[in-house]
Design a protein around this ligand. Structure first.
Ligand SMILES: Cc1ncc(COP(=O)(O)O)c(C=O)c1O
Length: 462
């Protein structure tokens, strides 16, 4: 791909950044000696930094977001056209793109019915928690208010979203937390908590039932799970897990919330990750890929049954959902989301994701055959991980610095941007993460694999 022609001298903006920007997830001491990376331009899977260097982005904007790739003029045009016509009105009213996208979305989600707009994954999950809590108050005198979450899963950055976060290093130093959120065991078979068991998936799901019984089924109103855990180490649920989870939710009248913030909009090869496993959720949340980062948008989607809990008792003055998200009324989000979905369909990107995901998983297996440092590879669609260990028999995780050295080497030697679990799980920040845009081709994947192959060789040799 050609270098953009308008790469200029960005010295002054880099200085402005260093003087005034507080970067996310960053310890800033390092910027006293090195410049922050600034991404100036993007096209397809490629991005250019402030020095004009081209990179292959294997993580869709760093955080699993830009599903349809960079530089999509039709999305920009759709957003522009909408903004000059009507940019915003509070969400108590309707909008053309809001209603249109909701209808398109529900069409992809059989069994689901209503869409509540807000602006981030964290916020979408907060709405889901408020649904559970309000239903608990309306139907169960407030008792059935507890919400279960899973170790290693992440649901966002606000204090209550972090209260449901299964990653200790993300939580440390921000407590005390919102009460009523209870952890259940993770489902990473590679690190089975029960040794070498048959039917690990059923065992791990049954552990949820044990927590419900311990807490009291009459106190548990919701369970939130990622379909495939993202930042907690790319954990693909084991065989049998989801069927058992559904049985348990039904048995104890627990609302099942699926967090599709990462998996949603095709990342795993189906519109939503839960659709890989035949799950019938009560509430689904989504954000990142909904508009591929062209505008901020998140959705909390419910069944008509859940919605009716907030509608049917109209005589009670407080029994509707008394919540508002100012920027949930922005029309840029749904306008971008409509075009984003059209691109996913017209370019057959779900099919491409499945095909390329299988190819990439095969290539990661080849790397595993070659590099002792890789203990496990896993993934679904273009959402993959490679867990690094110092010893395959003991499965001792490599220190975080080793995973970060591999990431840094890919960047330095081959200008390939990959990710790794970072400062999330004490002792387990050892999984490399790959999530290229869903337009990725075989040759893009070969380029990523080549970079990782070289990096693993150099880092081990270092
Ligand atoms: C699974 C999952 N849920 C929720 C969130 C929070 O989304 P946001 O950063 O938009 O608040 C994230 C962010 O990475 C995520 O990975």
């Amino acid at each position: 791909m050609n270098k953009p022609t308008n790469i200029n001298d960005y010295t002054s903006v880099v200085e402005a950044d260093k003087a005034h920007i507080w970067h996310h997830l960053s310890q800033h001491k390092k910027f006293e000696t090195v410049d922050p990376l600034m991404i100036i331009e993007g096209k397809g899977l490629r991005v250019w930094n402030q020095a004009g260097r081209e990179h292959l982005d294997a993580v869709s904007g760093g955080v699993w977001t830009v599903n349809v790739g960079y530089g999509r003029e039709t999305i920009a045009d759709a957003v522009r056209d909408q903004l000059v016509k009507m940019n915003f009105f509070g969400g108590t009213t309707g909008s053309i793109p809001g209603a249109t996208f909701a209808e398109m979305l529900i069409d992809k989600m059989p069994g689901m019915s209503r869409v509540y707009y807000s602006n981030s994954g964290s916020e979408a999950n907060e709405k889901a928690y408020k649904f559970v809590r309000q239903i608990a108050h309306q139907k169960y005198g407030g008792k059935k208010h507890k919400i279960l979450y899973r170790e290693r899963d992440y649901h966002g950055t606000t204090i209550t979203a972090l209260s449901s976060g299964g990653q200790d290093e993300r939580r440390d130093l921000y407590g005390p937390y919102t009460p009523g959120f209870i952890p259940v065991p993770h489902c990473l078979e590679y690190r089975s908590q029960w040794g070498d068991v048959d039917d690990y998936g059923i065992r791990a799901a049954s552990a949820i039932e044990e927590v419900i019984l311990r807490e009291g089924a009459d106190t548990v109103g919701g369970l939130i799970l990622e379909p495939v855990t993202a930042g907690g180490g790319v954990i693909v649920p084991p065989q049998g897990y989801w069927d058992r989870v559904q049985e348990i939710c039904k048995k104890y009248d627990v609302l099942l919330i699926i967090d599709e913030v990462v998996c949603g909009m095709g990342r795993t090869g189906t519109w939503f990750g839960y659709q890989q496993y035949g799950v019938k959720p009560d509430i689904v949340t989504m954000a990142k890929g909904v508009a591929s980062g062209y505008a901020a948008i998140s959705c909390t989607v419910t069944t008509e049954e859940v919605f009716n809990e907030f509608k049917s008792n109209a005589d009670e003055p407080l029994n509707y959902f008394r919540d508002i998200s100012t920027f949930g009324g922005c029309t840029a989000g749904p306008a971008a989301a409509i075009e984003n979905m059209r691109i996913l369909e017209d370019e057959n990107l779900l099919e491409n994701t499945t095909k390329m995901g299988e190819y990439m998983l095969e290539q990661l297996e080849v790397l595993k055959g070659k590099h002792q440092l890789i203990g496990d590879v896993r993934g679904k669609g273009l959402f993959l991980g490679a867990e690094l260990v110092t010893d395959r028999d003991t499965k001792e995780p490599v220190p975080e610095s080793v995973a970060q050295a591999v990431v840094a080497d890919c960047m330095k030697e081959n200008a390939v941007i990959i990710g790794a679990t970072n400062r999330s799980l004490k002792g387990f920040n050892n999984t490399l993460c790959f999530s290229p845009a869903l337009i990725a081709s075989k040759s893009d994947i070969d380029e990523i694999i080549h970079a990782v192959d070289g990096a693993l060789t150099r880092v081990v040799g270092a």
